[in-house]
Design a protein around this ligand. Sequence first.
Ligand code: ZN
Length: 86
Amino acid sequence: MGLVTTIRCDGHGCSAEKRVANHWWVVSMQMSNDGVPVLMVTPLKDKDSLDPIQSSLYLCGEECVLKTVSKFMTPHGDPLRMTEMG
Ligand SMILES: [Zn+2]
């Protein structure tokens, strides 16, 4: 309640709106100290929606998370960039 910002799924070809009851996920990519990209998947909490995380994807569920992970695993895959392009 009191949530004004509408969050839409960042999954490719998906624009689902976040609703209170949905279990969403935040996927972000970071670089390890060795320069290896690390994909982080964390549950989206309500407080996160009030403070959008830069360079992170909001995904509506398992299907969109798996699509993003699949992109990440392809050679030179960059799920964050690919979503911006798509
Ligand atoms: Zn989605």
